[in-house]
Design a protein around this ligand. Structure first.
Ligand SMILES: C[S@@+](CC[C@H](N)C(=O)[O-])C[C@H]1O[C@@H](n2cnc3c(N)ncnc32)[C@H](O)[C@@H]1O
Length: 575
């Protein structure tokens, strides 16, 4: 191909290339190269095209050949930088951009690309300098300001980053990415209302912006708008890109809403997406444990511990997942691992001491109890709880490690015909568990407005469902309001003895109200389960106290069916 013809062909190819007609463009570049294998521009442009098609590796080869033909072309070095950046070879890209800038120092695009590569390779101060230079050449350019904002954000200069994003938005009010970045930054600063506004604006501008939906989910979750957060996460994850972090955060929001089965699904997806990360496996394990699915929980926790053997809470959770009152050995081993990982882990030491005591290893147990008493923090309430439990348990008393096992056993032991009741329903997890296991009606009592008064460090209103009733099984009847308001009518309308009560209202006053209204219906064979009976700092002041006082008033004689030191429950049967 004579040179003039070659130039004409290159011009045609470039027209195709610029118009996005890549196939004919590539064909002509190749024809030129057949005639002139060292045609620098054809080699370079075919390389650029390969990179555009997602093939950076052949691109690097072609552009290097172009550079060998003409080493002083800044575009060649810039394009080589782009291809290397596409392969995440950021340090090498930096070298290329710097060479290109030696040849063409006044290119804002090259300074910008250099800045991005530097930022990706963690050289933040240099990246910032590169964006500053790009902006000096193209003052006020929104894309450059947005990039500067991101590096300032990474440099932990939130005020300067905010200013850069805001300036980018002033220049380009429809710049979705800048709104999104500003939203993320504001969320981190705790300005959640403003953050949510920015993120919503980003989404309004670009409804298919998956990342912005996820960021909106995070901000809504931080603000406590959990149901909305779940919707935002789900939208974002449908659009993509998906990430283990986003599924994990969706899981947390679902768990906080009491939607535990869905939380488990979300955590499972997170764990599948990041099989080499310990955190998703840990979250999955903890969620399965809370659902009482102990074998699956043990599997997930073992996986988490393979990846991060020094995570003490996971060892402790594994101990719970493995616990059998007939064979505490595996739990003892897991608790020892927890304490090796964190010798100051008070609860793990307490559980270990108790299990050793139960296993008859008196000396070892004593040593652990002594270490607990001398160790950090106040362990008095734990030691006091164990002293009570030890004194009041009988050979028939069972010890469980999950709420569900305690409830299931209590239901099995409640053989009387009578009323089945729960006080403190909230998300409906426990009442649904009970309803699945009894024939006939189960009555749930709750204001769904949270605790009517403060409970320890929990202010009044904690555990509120905001008045929203949970989804419950068809055999559940909900009685909405304060117990003192709903119980008189209920008692009048429902004669007969009580078969089972699950007390999960935490407070002394609320538990007392239950006994004031139902005391007469509680008699031999009635089973009472308390959710917060022992092992809390104020255990002697709450459900325990209300029951002890009622038992003394009414002359109830009772046996402890269950103690669960891990879940803080107890179950009694009236003799
Ligand atoms: C810890 S939550 C119950 C959790 C629930 N069992 C579950 O599994 O999701 C305590 C609940 O007790 C309710 N509560 C406490 N005292 C109450 C009272 N005096 N009257 C009505 N509801 C009360 C609160 O509204 C709150 O929903």
């Amino acid at each position: 191909m004579p040179d003039a013809t070659g130039q004409a062909a290159l011009k045609t190819a470039l027209e195709h290339h610029k118009a996005g007609r890549l196939r004919p463009a590539a064909q002509i570049y190749r024809q030129i190269l057949e005639q002139q294998p060292d045609h620098g521009d054809a080699l370079h442009l075919l390389g650029v095209l390969a990179c555009q098609c997602g093939n950076p590796s052949p691109a690097v080869e072609l552009i290097n050949k172009a550079i060998a033909c003409d080493p002083d072309q800044p575009d060649y070095h810039g394009s080589l930088g782009n291809a290397l950046k596409a392969m995440a070879r950021d340090d090498e890209a930096v070298v290329c951009y710097r060479r290109a800038l030696e040849l063409r120092p006044d290119s804002p695009a090259l300074h910008n690309n250099l800045g991005v590569a530097l930022q990706h390779s963690g050289r933040l101060a240099e990246a910032r300098a590169a964006f500053d230079r790009a902006l000096a050449l193209r003052p006020g350019a929104p894309d450059l300001l947005n990039n500067l904002g991101m590096v300032l954000h990474d440099l932990d200069q939130p005020a300067a980053a905010t200013a850069a994003y805001r300036q980018a938005i002033d220049g380009a009010p429809d710049y979705a990415e800048a709104h999104n970045n500003l939203g993320v930054l504001l969320s981190e600063q705790g300005s959640l209302t403003e953050a949510i506004e920015s993120l919503r604006r980003a989404i309004e501008l670009m409804p298919g912006y998956g990342g912005a939906w996820i960021n909106l989910g995070n901000a809504l979750r931080d603000r406590g708008d959990l149901a909305e957060a779940v919707e935002a996460f789900e939208r974002g994850l449908r659009i993509g890109p998906v990430s283990a972090g986003a599924f994990g955060n969706l899981g947390k929001a679902l768990q906080a809403l009491g939607r535990r089965a869905q939380a488990i699904t979300a955590y499972r997806q997170a764990a599948e997406l990041a099989p080499d990360a310990a955190e998703p496996a840990r979250q999955l394990g903890a969620a399965l444990l809370a659902e009482g699915r102990r074998a699956e929980a043990a599997e997930a926790l073992r996986r988490a511990l393979e990846l991060d053997p020094a995570h003490a809470p996971s060892h402790c959770e594994l101990a719970l997942a493995l616990y059998q009152d007939s064979d505490p050995g595996p739990s003892i081993a897991a608790l020892r691992d927890a304490l090796r990982a964190d010798p100051a882990f008070r609860r793990a030491r307490f559980y270990l001491a108790v299990l050793l005591d139960q296993a008859g290893e008196d000396g070892a147990a004593e040593a652990e109890f002594a270490a607990l008493a001398d160790g950090p923090g106040d362990a008095g309430f734990l030691l006091d709880s164990w002293a009570y439990v030890k004194q009041h348990s009988q050979t028939s008393t069972r010890f469980f490690a999950s709420v569900q096992e305690t409830l299931a056993y209590a239901i099995e032991q409640a053989r009387l015909e009578g009323l089945v009741l729960e006080f403190g329903v909230l998300h409906g997890n426990s009442i649904n568990f009970i309803a699945e296991r009894v024939d006939g009606e189960v009555h749930g009592f709750d204001s769904f407005q949270g605790l009517p008064e403060a409970w320890g460090d929990n202010p009044a209103g904690s555990y509120s469902a905001g008045g929203k009733l949970p989804q419950v099984h068809p055999n559940v009847q909900l009685h909405v309001g304060l117990f003192a308001e709903t119980l008189p009518g209920f008692v009048a309308a429902h004669p007969g003895p009580v078969r089972l009560i699950n007390v999960d209202c935490d407070l002394y006053s609320a538990t007392n109200t239950v006994f004031e209204h139902l005391g007469e219906r509680i008699g031999p064979g009635c089973v009472l389960v308390f959710d917060e009976y022992i092992c809390t700092e104020r255990w002697r002041l709450d459900e325990f106290r209300a029951f002890q006082e009622a038992a003394a008033r009414k002359g109830w004689v009772y046996d402890y069916l269950v103690f669960s030191l891990f879940t803080r429950q107890a179950a009694v049967i009236i003799r």
